[in-house]
Write a protein that binds this ligand. Sequence first.
Ligand code: ADP
Ligand code: MG
Length: 391
Amino acid sequence: MRVIHLSLTDFRNYESVDLDLEPGPNLFVGSNGQGKTNLVEALGYLSTLASHRVSTDHAMIRQGHDAAIIRATLSNGEKSILAEVQLNRIGANRAQINRSAIKTRELPRYFSSVLFAPEDLALVRGDPSGRRRFLDELLVLRTPRMAGVLADYDRVLRQRNSLLKSARASGVRGNLSTLDIWDERLVTLGTEIIDARARLVDELRPEVDAAYASIAGIEHAASLATRLSILSSGIDPDEQEAAAEPVSADRLTAGQTAEAFAAAISRLRKSELERGITLVGPHRDDLVLTLNELPARGYASHGESWSFALALKLAAAAVLRRESSAGDPVLILDDVFAELDESRRGRLADAVASFEQVLITAAVGNDVPADLARAPVHIRAGRIVTASADE
Ligand SMILES: Nc1ncnc2c1ncn2[C@@H]1O[C@H](COP(=O)(O)OP(=O)(O)O)[C@@H](O)[C@H]1O
Ligand SMILES: [Mg+2]
């Protein structure tokens, strides 16, 4: 799959931009703060409905304006489609495919991309929520139906939490039949998420190890394990992390998840009522990353953490590529090369060379290996400028 054309209106610092993209590598060059990341952020949004930098959409709407529009012509081999999303300051966002309205959350069906940016270091060093988001975004790209399951789970979780809170406030301990209904929904939806993540992690595992070796040029046994809150004592995630053994999903065989989930909920009923929150479920799980059997978080060096984060993204791209009938995901490397030494740059260039389309940003064009740096596009102050005008 690839992007043929991108047009932005009032997106970040772009008042209006129209840009043709090439198959293979596309390099965007410009000094800091000119709009390179903004450009690729727009494409990332089109494929995941999220920015890799901000959690609210409003930051992406140009200052002083009411709406931003991202519009892209995409090709997946034979077909080309026009995908569009409008981010509104007031009211819901709107999406269109070939100029017909669709539900915004359906948009990721049409475009898959994998974006890697310096912020992704948090995948390795940050808290579990970033790793859960990594898995869930990939689940949705692979199986769009999962967007609905994840949204339903969130809704059930919120409802159940507010019920727990009001039960706590009113001191109700006996009559909790409503809670049973939410428990059942929570377990059904949560089980689907836990099992889907587990299958995904199984697929990612060998890819991550291979990608790490290909980037770092060294075998470091980069591995993944799932820490499941339903198998834990329900203590705080931070305490769980301090515990020596990750509570691993490997201990569950297929079909046992729902049972373990239901058992955890009844075991923790008292604590949940005391605290007024749902203590176990996929919203409290973690993906534990290890290098040579040591947790990467807290042990890996800066360079190792960086390689691991990149390996996760390349593994995601490999999994999507293998499965998709629409071809490779578009690979986006935002400001990555400046962080790498010469040999890692070369190895990364080799690792991405076979992708249908790769979008790369760099402040310094020379940081990017020559194979990926054909016909760079120069960006200044939210405009595409000619190469000579950039100096
Ligand atoms: N909503 C917005 N409206 C106007 N300008 C914005 C908005 N969001 C970001 N910017 C501007 O975009 C620029 C940053 O662009 P960015 O793509 O991150 O730069 P870089 O080229 O370094 O990747 C900054 O000058 C910032 O002020
Ligand atoms: Mg940038």
